[in-house]
Design a protein around this ligand. Sequence first.
Ligand code: RUQ
Ligand code: CUA
Length: 649
Amino acid sequence: MKHFKVPYLLILITLILVSIIFACNSSKDSASDSDAASKVYVAPGKYDEFYTFMSGGFSGQMSVYGLPSGRLLRVIPVFSQDPEKSWGYSEETRPMLNTSHGFIPWDDAHHPELSQTNGETDGRWIFINGNNVPRIARIDLKTFRTVEIIEIPNSSGNHSSPFTTQNTEYVVAGTRFSVPIPNDDISIEEYKEKFKGTITFIKVDKDKGDMKIAFQILMPGFDYDLSHAGKDKSHGWYFFTCYNAEQANSLKEVNASQNDKDFIAAINWKKAEEFIAAGKGKKFPTSYYHNVYDEKKHSATSTEMKEVLVLNPAECPGLVYYLPTPKSPHGCDVDPTGEFIVGGGKLSTVIPVFSFTKMLAAIKAKNFEKEIEGIPVLNYDKVIAGEVENPGLGPLHTEFDSRGNAYTSMFVSSEVVKWSLKNFKVLDRIPVYYSIGHLSIIGGDTKKPNDKYLLALNKITKDRYLPTGPELSQSAQLIDISGEKMKLLLDFPTIGEPHYAQSIAAEKIVKNSVRFFKLEENQHTYKTLTPNDTKVVREGNKVHVYMISIRSHFTPDKIEGIKVGDEVYFHVTNLEQDWDVPHGFAVMGAQTAELLIMPGETITYKWVPLKAGIVPFYCTDFCSALHQEMQGYIRVSAPNSKVAISWNK
Ligand code: RUQ
Ligand code: CUA
C-alpha cells in the first residue's frame, strides 16, 4: 500500500488548491432578480409556508427559520446553556445537561431529524445529535423545547446520528472515533487490536417519544460517519458510511486516505431484534445518563443507567454486511423508493449508487470478497447500480425530489449537482457561495419529498455579507428546484454552523403549538397559585421563596431576613394565562442567568448573597406599560443577624 501515499497526498493538496481557486473565481452573480424576490417575499403579518430546523453546529443549539423568507423564528436551546431562556441555568433545566462526565454545558450539534410516520414527517418531534459528548436530544414540536437527552455509552464522536426509520421505530448513533471498549488506559498504538466502533439503536416510544437504548452492535474500529435508514422495500435496514478502514491512529488526513475503498455498513435491524429476542445480546456494564423534562412538573430528572446490551456481528450471521465504497465516503443517503443508497466519497471522482435489490441478491449468492471480523464484504460490482461520472469535486451529501432526481453537494467545487436516478447522468449544476456541506430538500430524505426548494448550507461566506470582524457568518442559500434548471433565490446568514437542516410544512406544526401552560395542570413542587399562598420559608441555610408574577408585579416584592451565605431559591410562577406574556426575573449579583417564565409555568432561580445590604430584583421582559415598575427589594443581613424572615403579600 506504500505506493499510494504520495499520490494521495498530492490529490489532497490539489483538492485544497482547487477549492481556493473555485472560491476566488466565483463571480458574485446571483439569480436574485425581481422574480426571485417575489418568490421569497412573505408579506408583513403573513406566515411562512414551511419551518426549517437548522443545527447550530458548535453553538450546540438548533435554530428555526421560516421558508421561503429565511426569517429567524427561534433558537431552541439543546446541549448548550442559554441565558436568554435560562436553559441549563434554572434549577429545573440543569439536570438536562448531566452526563457520565458531569454537567456539560455545551456540545456540537449536527443533524436535526424530524420524526416520521409512514415515511413522512409528522411534525411531532425533532431529534438532534451531540457529537462531542455522545448524546441525542428530542425536541417536542408542541413547545419547541428540548424534552429529553440520552447519552450514548461505549461511543465517542456521535456523528452518524440521529437519522430515523420510517415510523420512528429507532434513532441511531454511530461512533465517529473508535475507542477501546470498555474504555481503558492503553497505548494508542494498540488501535488495530483494541479500538472498536459501536452502532447504537435507540428505541422511540410510539406515543410519547421517550427514548431508550435497545442494543448496540460492536463494529470494527473504523470511523462511522453518516447514516440513513432504508425505506419501503429496504425498511428494516440501516446504512452507515465509514472511513479509516485503514485503522490509522494518527495523521488521518493522509493515513486514512490510503485505500481505494472504504465501506457502507448495511445493518439488518429486524435481524438484530431477533438476535436480541434469542438472548444473543451480552450485558456490558457502563454508565450513561438519561435526562427527561416533565412538562407538567416543569422540571427535569436525570437518571444514571448502568448497562447496555451488545451484539457481536461475528456471532450474529446476517446482521451486518460491508459494501465497498470509494474513498472515504461521507454522506449516506437513501432515495424515496428505498432502492438506491448513495455514498458521498469526499475524495472520490464518482458518486457511487448502490442497489438494494442487487445487495439482497449478492447476499443470497454469497458474492463476498472477504470478511472483516466476521462481517462479509460484498463484491462492489455485484451491488453497484451505477456511478455518476464527472459530478464535480468533493461529493458530500445527497437528497432527492419526487421526480426521480438526486441533488448532491460538492464541497470542493462549491456547487449543487442535479442528476438522474434513471441513468445516473448529470442534468444541471449551480454554484453556491461557498464550500457547501449538507443540502436539504423539504422531505428530501423521506418517502415524500416536496419539489419546491433546496437549501444549500455553506461553510464559508467570504464576501457575501457585510464584514463583521474576523468571524464571518455561515449561510444558507435557498434554491428553487421546481423547474428543470435550479435557480438561486435567497441568501441568509445562520447561527453557528448549520451542518444540516430539515424542513416541514408549517400546517403540520402550527395546529399543535402550545400557547401557554394551564395553571390547573401545574404540578411543580413549588408552584404558587394565589397571592395568599406566597411565602418565604427558611430551612437551615436554605430559603425558599414562593413567588408569583403577573402584570405588573411580583408577590412578594419586599423580603427581609435573608443572610449572607444563604442559598435562596426563588420559585416563580407566572400566573398569566394568555399567549406570549412571559415574565423575566433577575437578582443583582446572582451568578446565574435570568429566568424567563412562560404563562402558567414555575421556574426556580438560585442565589447565594455574598454581601449584606439591599438588593433589587426585577422583571427582565418588557411585559406591559408598567414593566419598569415590576421590581422589588431584598434585605440581606450579616450571617449572625437577628433579622427575622418577613415578606409582603
Ligand atoms: S456532516 S457537512 Cu455532520 Cu456533512 Cu456537517
Ligand atoms: Cu413582567 Cu416585565
